[in-house]
Design a protein around this ligand. Structure first.
Ligand SMILES: C[S@@+](CC[C@H](N)C(=O)[O-])C[C@H]1O[C@@H](n2cnc3c(N)ncnc32)[C@H](O)[C@@H]1O
Length: 475
C-alpha cells in the first residue's frame, strides 16, 4: 500500500504547487520511482474522468471513514478501472474501494457511452501543443559534421525527407545543423545521442546562440551568463568552432554539476565553467577585458514551455506572493542586462526567455534601453536584418516605444510556430555613436583644461536626448 500512499502524497504536493511535475517526480525515493511516477502521470491524465466517476459512485461519501484522501482514492480507482486491479495486499483501504468495484465500472461505461467513445484512451486528450512540436535534434558540430550525422541517421534506418512520416527527418529552415523528426521519435537509447554528438534541443532555444553569432577565432572572448544545463553553452561553443574562450557562469551548485557533465559529453574545450553569480562578476576585471559577446538566458516563468507533462496541472498562480515574486524576477532580469552592458568591449548582448509574457520580455527590453548603462554604451536594439530576419513572428508593438524595436525582437508562439514559446532580443553597442560621444568627452576635457588655465567656465545645460518617454516596466 506504501506505493499508493507515495503516489497520493505526490499528487498532494502537485496540488500545493510545490514545483513542476518533473521537479516533484525527481524527488521521489529511488525505490519504486518509475512505478510511482507512471501511476501519478496516468492518474493526472485521467483525473477529470476519475473525479466524475468517484463523485457519481459516491465513493468518498460512502467510505468517508476509511478513505480520507481524495488523491488516495484517485490512484486506487485508477488502478481498479484502468490497470487491472490494486497491486497491494488486502487491507481496510483496499477493501473500501473494492466494495464499489461494480459501481465504479458501471460509471466508467456510462461516461464512455455519454461521450460516444469506445476505448478508455479516447476519454482523454493529450497536450495539443506538445503534439504539434517536432522532435528537434541539433547536430553537435563540435564532434562531427552535418553530413556525417545524416549518413549515420540513414544507416539507422531513417530517410531524409519530411518529419511528418515515421522514421524520417528533415533539415530546419532557419537553424543550421538542426534536424526535425516526428514528435514521438525516441533518442534516449541512440548511440550518437548518448555520446553527445546529437543534442535534443527545441528549435526556439537554438535562436539565442545563432542571434548572438559569436566569433570563431582564437582571440574570441564570449560569456554565457546563465549557463546550466548547458544547451546554449554547447551551441555557442560549436558556433565558435571550439576556439577562443567561452566563460560559462552558473550560480546554482547542483545545476553547475549538470553543466559540467553536458560540457564534457559535448566535447567543449573552449569553455571555462564558473560556479558563481554573474552579477558578482566585475566587468572591469582584466580577465574579462576582451569580452565582446554576452548571452543572458535567465530563469523565467517558463510560461512558453509546452512541457509534455506540465499541461496536466494548473500552473498559473495569481496570489499576491506569486505576483510579487514575478516582479522581483523582472527587476533581476533588468539588472542582468544592465550589468552585461558594463563590460568595456561588450558589443553584442542577447537576452532571451522561454516566457510568453510581455512583462518578462518586451517590458524588460524597453526598460533596459532606457537605462543609464544603455545610454552610456550606447546600446540599442540590433535591426531585424541582423536578428533572424526570415523568422516571421516579431515582438508586440504595443509593448515597445518604437515599432522598429518590436521588429528587432523575436517571439515564438507555442502551438502556432511548432516550437515552445520563446523571446529573443539583441542589444548592440553603436560604434558610431560611441566614437561621437568619446570625441565629445575629449572636447569637454579640453574645455576643462582651458578653464584650469584661467578662462571662465561656461555653464552648460544638461540635455536629455532620449526620444523615449520614461515608462515603468512594471505592469
Ligand atoms: C533558463 S536557465 C538557462 C538555460 C541554459 N541557457 C540552457 O540553454 O541550457 C537559467 C539558469 O541561470 C541560472 N542563473 C540565474 N541567475 C543567475 C545569475 N545571476 N548568475 C548565474 N546563473 C544564474 C539558473 O540557476 C539557471 O540554471
Amino acid at each position: 500500500m506504501n506505493f499508493y500512499f507515495e503516489a497520493a502524497k505526490t499528487l498532494d504536493r502537485l496540488d500545493a504547487k510545490e514545483s513542476s511535475i518533473k521537479g516533484i517526480l525527481a524527488t521521489l525515493p529511488e525505490k519504486d520511482i518509475k512505478r510511482t511516477a507512471a501511476l501519478v502521470i496516468e492518474t493526472l491524465k485521467f483525473k477529470s474522468v476519475l473525479l466524475d466517476i468517484i463523485k457519481e459512485a459516491q465513493l468518498m461519501k460512502e467510505e468517508r471513514k476509511k478513505l480520507t484522501s481524495l488523491n488516495l482514492a484517485l490512484v486506487l480507482v485508477h488502478d481498479v478501472l484502468l490497470a487491472g486491479g490494486i497491486q497491494a495486499g488486502d487491507g481496510p483501504i483496499k477493501q473500501a474501494v473494492l466494495r464499489h468495484k461494480t459501481r465504479l465500472h458501471g460509471e466508467l461505461q456510462k461516461l464512455k457511452a455519454k461521450r460516444g467513445v469506445r476505448s478508455n484512451t479516447e476519454l482523454v486528450s493529450g497536450n495539443p501543443h506538445a503534439e504539434q512540436i517536432p522532435r528537434y535534434v541539433r547536430v553537435n558540430t563540435t564532434m562531427w559534421s552535418l553530413e556525417d550525422a545524416i549518413e549515420y541517421l540513414i544507416s539507422q534506418g531513417y530517410t531524409l525527407g519530411t518529419h511528418e512520416s515515421k522514421k524520417s527527418f528533415e533539415k530546419d529552415a532557419h537553424i543550421p545543423n538542426l534536424l526535425l523528426f516526428p514528435a514521438q521519435t525516441e533518442f534516449h537509447h541512440d548511440a550518437a545521442y548518448k555520446s553527445g554528438k546529437l543534442i535534443l534541443q527545441d528549435k526556439a532555444s537554438c535562436f539565442p546562440a545563432v542571434v548572438l553569432a559569436p566569433p570563431a577565432r582564437k582571440d574570441a572572448v564570449v560569456i554565457d551568463a546563465t549557463a546550466a544545463p548547458g544547451n546554449k553553452t554547447t551551441h555557442l561553443s560549436a558556433l565558435m568552432r571550439n576556439m577562443g574562450k567561452l566563460y560559462a557562469f552558473e550560480r546554482d551548485r547542483k545545476r553547475f554539476g549538470t553543466l559540467l557533465t553536458m560540457l564534457s559529453r559535448a566535447g567543449c574545450k573552449n569553455v571555462e565553467p564558473i560556479n558563481t553569480d554573474f552579477l558578482n562578476v566585475d566587468p572591469l576585471d582584466p580577465k574579462y577585458a576582451n569580452v565582446t559577446h554576452i548571452l543572458l538566458d535567465p530563469s523565467c516563468s517558463g510560461s512558453g514551455i509546452v512541457n509534455r507533462l506540465d499541461y496536466l496541472i494548473e500552473t498559473e498562480d495569481n496570489s499576491d506572493e506569486a505576483q510579487e515574486g514575478r516582479l522581483n524576477k523582472l527587476a533581476s532580469f533588468q539588472l542582468m542586462i544592465k550589468h552585461a552592458m558594463k563590460f568595456p568591449k561588450g558589443a553584442r548582448i542577447v537576452y532571451s526567455t522561454c516566457s510568453i509574457h510581455a512583462v518578462e520580455n518586451e517590458r524588460v527590453v524597453r526598460a533596459a534601453l532606457l537605462s543609464d548603462e544603455a545610454k552610456a554604451g550606447p546600446f540599442h536594439l540590433a535591426p531585424r536584418k541582423d536578428v533572424l530576419p526570415t523568422w516571421h513572428r516579431r515582438g508586440m508593438p504595443e509593448e515597445m516605444d518604437a515599432s522598429d524595436d518590436a521588429l528587432s525582437v523575436i517571439r515564438c508562439s507555442p502551438g502556432e510556430d511548432a516550437t515552445n514559446g520563446f523571446f529573443v532580443s539583441c542589444f548592440v553597442r553603436c560604434a558610431d555613436q560611441a566614437s561621437t560621444s568619446n570625441k565629445r568627452k575629449a572636447v569637454e576635457k579640453d574645455e576643462e583644461a582651458t578653464v584650469e588655465e584661467g578662462q571662465p567656465k561656461k555653464k552648460k545645460k544638461k540635455k536629455n536626448k532620449s526620444k523615449h518617454k520614461k515608462v515603468s516596466a512594471v505592469p
